[in-house]
Design a protein around this ligand. Structure first.
Ligand SMILES: Cc1ncc(COP(=O)(O)O)c(C=O)c1O
Length: 437
C-alpha cells in the first residue's frame, strides 16, 4: 500500500481542550491603566464613568471592565455556544505560501474566518448577549463598522430570541450592501449612522446629510439609543472586558503552538480599536511581561489611519460632538476625518487604552501599511492558501509576508503567526475596486 507523507496543515485543538477561563491582562499591566475622565474639563474617575454605563451595560460587564481577577470563568452556556460555532478555530500552517516565498520561516495563521458569521466578533457577542439576557435585557443594540459585529449580533440575537438594533457606519453601509442584507435576513433593524434616531446623529446629518460616519460616532449613537430605549448597548471593541472575552483566541493559539512544538518569534494582528489584536495576543503579552518570551508582537494599521504610529498619547473622546468620557489613548484627534477605506473595521481615530499603554511601554510594536499592498497580500493568500481573508486581516498577512522575506534574506528559521480576524467573501467588491479587477 502506498503511504502518504502527511504534513500537519491544521493544528486542531480537541473540543475538550477548549479554554474554560478568559485571560484578563489588567492585573499584569506594567503600570495601572489611567482612569477615564467622565466629561471634558473633569478629573479621572473610573467609578463615575462606570456609573454612566449602569443600565446600558450588563452589571457583569461593569464588573469585568476593571476586574483584578487574572482569570474569569467562561459560563458553561458560552462554552457550549463556542463549540456550536466551531471553536476551537484551527491554527493553519501556510506551507504553500512559504514554498512560494521560498522562505526559511514557518508561517501560521490563526483562522477566525472559519467562524459562521465571518469573523472573530461573534466570540464576545455570544458572551455579551448571554450576560445581557441573564440580566433581563431583550433588545441588543450594536454599533458596527465593517458590519462584522453587526452580522454576529443579528445572528446570535435571532438564535437567542431577542431583538437586534444595529447602527452601521454609513460609508460601510453603502459599501457593503450584502452585510446589510445578511443582518436583515436575521430580522435585525439596521440604520446607517449617523442616523436620525439620536441627537448626536441628527446634529451630524444637519451639518452634512451625506456624512460618511465613523466608528466613534456609531459607538456613541448606539449607547445613546440603548439608554433611551432600555436596550443593552453591546460593545464590539475598545473596552477592557471585550479584550478579556476575546482572549479565547490567543489562549487556543498558545495551546496549538505548544501542540505543534513551536515557539513564536513574531505575532501579528490588525487593529481597529484593539480587541482583535489583544484577544489574540494577551497570553503572549503576559508571557513577555513575565520574561518567558522575547517574541515581537506587532500591531498593524492602514497608513491612512494609524494613531499609534503618528498620533499622540493623550486623553481624547471616542467621538467628536460628545462631552465624554475621555480615555487616555493614542489618537489622531477625535475631529480627524478618516478617509474611506475598504478595511472599514480599522477606521477609528484612537487605540484601546490597554493596547495604547502596552505600545507606549514598548511591549507591543506598531506599524502601518498601504491599502494596495494589503489587497495584494489578500490576493496572494487566496492564490496560495485558498481562502480570502477580510481586508482587515490581510494587513496582518502583508506584514507576515514581509517578515518571511526578511527571514529568508538572513536564512533564519523564524516562526511567524498572523491572526486572521475574518473572511473576505463579502468584501470582494472592495478587493475588485482596489485591485482593478
Ligand atoms: C474582520 C475584522 N478584523 C479586525 C477588526 C478590528 O477589530 P478591533 O476593533 O477589535 O481592533 C474588525 C472590526 O470591525 C473586523 O471586522
Amino acid at each position: 500500500m502506498q503511504t502518504l507523507d502527511v504534513k500537519a496543515e491544521r493544528i486542531v485543538l480537541p473540543q475538550d481542550d477548549i479554554p474554560r477561563y478568559w485571560h484578563n491582562l489588567l492585573p499584569e499591566l506594567p503600570e495601572p491603566l489611567p482612569d477615564p475622565i467622565p466629561e471634558v474639563g473633569g478629573t479621572p474617575s473610573r467609578k463615575r464613568v462606570m456609573d454612566m454605563m449602569e443600565g446600558v451595560w450588563a452589571k457583569e460587564h461593569i464588573r469585568q471592565e476593571y476586574s483584578d481577577e487574572g482569570q474569569i470563568k467562561i459560563p458553561d452556556e458560552v462554552i457550549n455556544y463556542y463549540l456550536h460555532i466551531g471553536r476551537p478555530t484551527p491554527l493553519h500552517r501556510a506551507r504553500r505560501l512559504e514554498e512560494y516565498l521560498k522562505t526559511s520561516a514557518r508561517i501560521y495563521f490563526k483562522r477566525e474566518d472559519t467562524l459562521p458569521t465571518g469573523s472573530f466578533k461573534i466570540n464576545t457577542v455570544i458572551s455579551q448577549i448571554h450576560y445581557a439576557m441573564k440580566e433581563g435585557f431583550d433588545i441588543m443594540a450594536d454599533g458596527t463598522g465593517a458590519g462584522q459585529t453587526g452580522c454576529a449580533v443579528a445572528a446570535v440575537s435571532a438564535t437567542m430570541g431577542v431583538k437586534a438594533k444595529i447602527f452601521m457606519v454609513r460609508s460601510s453601509y453603502l459599501q457593503k450592501p450584502l452585510r446589510v442584507a445578511w443582518m436583515k435576513m436575521c430580522g435585525a433593524d439596521i440604520k446607517p449612522s449617523p442616523s436620525n434616531e439620536t441627537e448626536l446623529g441628527r446634529s451630524y446629518l444637519k451639518k452634512n446629510p451625506e456624512d460618511p460616519g465613523s466608528l466613534g460616532v456609531t459607538t456613541v449613537e448606539t449607547m445613546d439609543w440603548a439608554k433611551a430605549n432600555k436596550a443593552f448597548g453591546l460593545q464590539g471593541s475598545i473596552f477592557n472586558y471585550v479584550m478579556t472575552q476575546q482572549s479565547i483566541m490567543g489562549l487556543e493559539a498558545k495551546k496549538q503552538l505548544e501542540l505543534a512544538g513551536e515557539k513564536p518569534d513574531v505575532l501579528i494582528g490588525c487593529v481597529g480599536a484593539g480587541s482583535n489584536f489583544m484577544g489574540f495576543s494577551i497570553p503572549f503579552i503576559s508571557d513577555k511581561l513575565k520574561g518567558k518570551t522575547s517574541c515581537r508582537i506587532v500591531d498593524v494599521r492602514p497608513d491612512e489611519c494609524a494613531p499609534e504610529v503618528y498620533g499622540e498619547y493623550r486623553y481624547d473622546l471616542l467621538s467628536p460632538g460628545t462631552k465624554g468620557p475621555l480615555y487616555k489613548m493614542y489618537t489622531l484627534g477625535n475631529e480627524f476625518s478618516i478617509p474611506g477605506l475598504v478595511s472599514e473595521g480599522l477606521r477609528f481615530h484612537g487605540v484601546a487604552p490597554m493596547l495604547s499603554l502596552l505600545i507606549n511601554k514598548k511591549i507591543v510594536e506598531a506599524t502601518s501599511v498601504k491599502e494596495k499592498d494589503v489587497m495584494e497580500a489578500g490576493r496572494l493568500c487566496l492564490e496560495k492558501e485558498n481562502f480570502l481573508p477580510a481586508p482587515e486581516s490581510a494587513h496582518a498577512i502583508k506584514i507576515a509576508v514581509d517578515e518571511a522575506l526578511k527571514a529568508k534574506q538572513k536564512n533564519e528559521k523564524k516562526v511567524i503567526v498572523a491572526h486572521i480576524s475574518g473572511g473576505g467573501f463579502l468584501d470582494i467588491g472592495g478587493y475588485s475596486k482596489v485591485l482593478n479587477l
